[in-house]
Design a protein around this ligand. Structure first.
Ligand SMILES: *Cc1c(COP(=O)(O)O)cnc(C)c1O
Length: 417
């Protein structure tokens, strides 16, 4: 029986049929069951920050599992403490706790606001949706219920996260969802100003929308959101599940120049944080850090030592191999190279989160790319998304730029008239 047949027989049909049967990976490359090699320019959807089978993650996970694998949240472990301290220090640019951290990367300093930074606290979980559920529940503890979210936003598939996700096809079969959510057009300062009131608990935004096809807001948008939320006593919650942990060439996308130096109240993380080991994190700064009290929230697996050790290996490797600079430089080279083809009508993104709009169906382009040995993704009808491992090499990126015109040609795309 083929893997496809077995899949159909044994797995619920939530994703459609798998496009590849994979057996092995190394760096940015994976191999299928027939031995065909692919360069993975999607990285498990922005997850495999260090690529496949990175020795630092293998070593960290193996050693931790041999030492102490799971303890429940009745107890703590050093990887959990250290990860929470590191995440707060990366977010605030301040080191905390044990002081093992060596700073917040290239974007700290000049771009940041001068306001006094408050310490923060972390809730650890297992996925992006869970990180967002925790943040959503936390907003309720402000005593307010109204949340403003963006059209095109994706925050996950659980009921709470779905309540903040605008796409009708995802929501409608599952109504009623938690209410009191207002959706506003993304990037529209005036619409945001209209929606946020003194009753608003939080504004939740992706600093760059990922699933919407990599949409970067106009300069000043996040700063305006910060100003509005301050004025109305609401929380600014940035969902960096896809954009965080180096993906965009800074530890957090909102720390890039377009973020205007904002300091959010809440940041959610997952995807790249564990480098392939499931983990989510909800970081809250200032007063928001103390909203949860015992009994308000919980998780059995969240913060387990193995997942935390994996995340620490990811953070250490990003730092020690200067990956933020690599990502910023390589991302620009990729965007510039791919945009040279006249069948590309728009290119967006920061670092290695890249969106390309094309003159024809992106599903055909993704299929042609796969045939040619490149894994890419088509989140919108004419849009391609790339989110390769941060360790993608210059040679691999260059080879893709070289292969790109032939991929577009074999998908039958024509130049815009
Ligand atoms: C992927 C994603 C989520 C959901 O994460 P899961 O781990 O799939 O639950 C939430 N927010 C954003 C911005 C995402 O890209």
């Amino acid at each position: 029986m083929s893997w496809q047949e077995r899949y159909q027989g044994a797995l619920m049909n939530t994703f459609g049929l798998p496009k590849l049967d994979l057996v092995r990976g190394e760096g940015a490359r994976v191999w299928d069951v027939d031995g065909k090699e692919y360069v993975d320019l999607l990285g498990g959807i922005a997850v495999n920050a260090l690529g496949h089978a990175h020795p630092a993650i293998v070593e960290a996970v193996t050693t931790q599992l041999q030492t102490l694998g799971h303890v429940s949240n009745f107890f703590t472990s050093e990887p959990q403490l250290e990860l929470a301290e590191r995440l707060v220090s990366l977010l605030t640019g301040r080191s905390s706790g044990s002081g093992r951290s060596s700073g917040s990367g290239r974007s700290s300093g000049s771009g940041r606001s001068s306001e006094v930074e408050t310490p923060g606290k972390v809730f650890l979980s297992n996925s992006g949706a869970e990180a967002n559920e925790a943040a959503f529940k936390l907003t309720r503890l402000t005593g307010r219920t109204h949340v403003v979210a963006a059209e095109g936003a994706f925050h996950g598939r659980t009921m709470g996260a779905l309540a903040l996700t605008s796409k009708a096809a995802y929501r409608e079969p599952f109504l009623p969802l938690p209410g009191d959510v207002t959706f506003v057009p993304y990037g529209d300062e005036a619409a945001l100003a209209e929606a946020v009131t003194d009753e608003t608990a939080a504004v939740v935004l992706e600093p760059i929308q990922g699933e919407a096809g990599v949409v970067v807001p106009p300069d000043g948008y996040l700063a305006a959101a910060r100003e509005l939320t301050h004025r109305h006593g609401a929380l600014l919650w940035l969902d960096e599940v896809q954009t965080g942990i180096g993906r965009c060439g800074a530890w957090f996308a909102h720390q890039l120049p377009f973020g205007g130096g904002v300091t959010p109240d809440v940041v959610t993380l997952a995807k790249g944080l564990g480098g392939g080991i499931p983990i989510g994190a909800t970081i809250a700064l200032g007063a928001a850090a103390d909203l949860f009290q015992p009994g308000n929230h919980g998780t059995t697996f969240g913060g387990n030592p193995v997942a935390c050790a994996a995340a620490l290996a990811v953070l250490d490797t990003i730092e020690s191999t200067h990956l933020l600079d690599h990502v910023a430089g390589l991302g620009k080279a990729l965007r510039d190279g791919l945009a040279e083809d006249p069948r590309v009508v728009d290119v967006r993104g920061e670092g290695l989160l890249i969106g390309l709009d094309l003159t024809g169906p992106s599903a055909d382009v993704a299929a042609a790319a796969l045939e040619a040995g490149w894994i890419i993704n088509n989140p919108t009808p004419q849009g391609i998304r790339l989110a390769p491992p941060l360790v993608l090499s210059e040679e691999q990126a260059h080879a893709f730029v070289e292969a790109w015109p032939a991929i577009l040609a074999s998908a039958g795309l024509e130049e815009a008239r």
